[in-house]
Design a protein around this ligand. Structure first.
Ligand SMILES: NC(=O)NCCC[C@H](N)C(=O)O
Length: 410
């Protein structure tokens, strides 16, 4: 039987992908909560849904199977006790302060059908939804400012980050930001309980209980032997080391990890916001991540003398490191916004470097990044543009919005 997960490159023909359609969770964004919930503006729900549907249809038109996280999660929770366990865990990790008990919230959530239960947990529970029958004291009013009993998860449409397929297994990620911490629980339940995945013993290279954070936007599979991981605002060096050790001891194929250090700032939150692979020898890059001589900090992690030790070498040239690990004589780094200081900063902010390769030399990008798109085409890349007015407000592009489940080997 075909393995349900398989990704051994960034550019191999995409066969199955996981998306999440933006939903009611976005209607729970208010100006006060934008920053903690990692948004810069409030998307207009009917339009963002239309844009997202267009994205999904664009992928289907290319023969790609599109799965939805919300549907898989609902299908995974068939068992009554599993539903209860899931709700308990969600409430334990995400219940906001308030005068409602765990039990009342649990009963409220369990009164929904599976699909609505998943949607409700994703969108959050507003305080005015539940009649607690208990009057609040003044000090409770004062402490209890949040309008939610359960905080919404508006970043779920960025399916790339909470989990990432590597080879025939995956990482289920410990998310750096509180606003995204519970997101990886959906994929944990899906992989452990959905029949599509339980037929195989899917290896989990790193799970969400690991102490140090890692996010999928930082995890890039350069080829069947090499992974690049951003050391970023979201992904810690400790998690990269642990993942490398686990991979080297539990499987044969991946032999090295390139830890690429990027500036730790909001605009460059993950490696894939500043660097993506678009063809065998072509990459997009935001010029601002390189120093004046094009230098950066890159660490190559390889198997060490024993299972708990890594061999680590330091490099400063991204081009040379990539050439070496990919066995290339030459390669092209295509600058986001063409390298013009203003176009490059503007288009990077709207995810101009965040391309989703669906085959070697074929990428999906946002239509608004016209300078970067034209440059990709000049380099012989087929660029499929999608609508981006509302989708881009969450600060993620086509790669962030997609979790490849199966790619053909190249
Ligand atoms: N891989 C990515 O760069 N994902 C984009 C995530 C955007 C989201 N608002 C966040 O701050 O986590």
């Amino acid at each position: 039987m075909k393995h349900p997960l398989h990704v051994a490159s960034e550019i191999g023909e995409l066969q199955t992908v996981l998306l999440k359609r933006p939903g009611q969770e976005l209607e729970n964004l208010t100006p006060e909560y934008l920053q903690p919930l990692l948004f810069d503006d409030i998307p207009f729900l009917p339009v963002i849904q239309k844009e997202h549907d267009y994205f999904a249809q664009t992928l289907r038109n290319r023969g790609i199977e599109v799965l939805y996280l919300e549907k898989l999660a609902a299908e995974a929770l068939v068992d009554k006790s599993l539903r209860e366990e899931f709700v308990d865990q969600m409430l334990e990790e995400g219940r906001a302060e308030g005068n409602v008990s765990h039990q009342i919230l649990k009963e409220y959530l369990l009164s929904f059908s599976n699909e609505d239960l998943v949607q409700k947990i994703m969108s959050g529970v507003r305080k005015n939804e539940i009649e607690t029958g208990k009057s609040m004291q003044l000090h409770e009013f004062m402490q209890d400012h949040s309008p939610f009993y359960l905080v919404p998860m508006p970043n779920l449409y960025f399916t790339r980050d909470p989990a990432a397929v590597i080879g025939d297994g995956l990482t289920i990620n410990k998310m750096r930001e509180t606003a995204r911490r519970r997101e990886s629980m959906f994929m944990e339940y899906v992989v452990k309980h959905h029949p599509r995945f339980t037929s195989h013993n899917v290896p989990i290279w790193l799970d969400r209980n690991y102490e140090f954070p890692i996010e999928g936007g930082d995890e890039l599979i350069l080829n069947e032997e090499t992974i690049a991981i951003g050391v970023s605002a979201r992904t810690s060096a400790k998690a990269i080391e642990r993942l490398a050790l686990n991979l080297f001891s539990r499987q044969e194929k991946f032999k090295r990890v390139l830890a690429i250090e990027i500036p730790k700032c909001r605009a460059f939150m993950h490696l894939d916001t500043v660097f993506t692979m678009v063809d065998y020898d072509k990459f997009t890059i935001h010029p601002a991540i390189q120093g004046p001589q094009g230098n950066m900090n890159i660490y190559v992690l390889e198997k060490g003398p024993d299972e708990e030790t890594l061999k680590i070498t330091h490099h400063t040239s991204l081009t040379e490191s990539l050439k070496e690990v990919l066995g290339l004589k030459d390669l092209v780094l295509i600058p986001c916004g063409g390298g013009d200081a203003i176009a490059s900063a503007r288009e990077q902010w709207n995810d101009g470097s965040n391309t989703l390769a669906i085959a070697p030399g074929v990428v999906v990008t946002y239509d608004r990044n016209y300078v970067s798109n034209a440059l990709l085409r000049e380099h012989g890349i087929e660029v499929i543009e999608i609508l981006s007015s509302e989708l881009s407000r969450g600060r993620g592009g086509p790669r962030c919005m997609s979790m490849p489940i199966v790619r053909k080997d190249i």
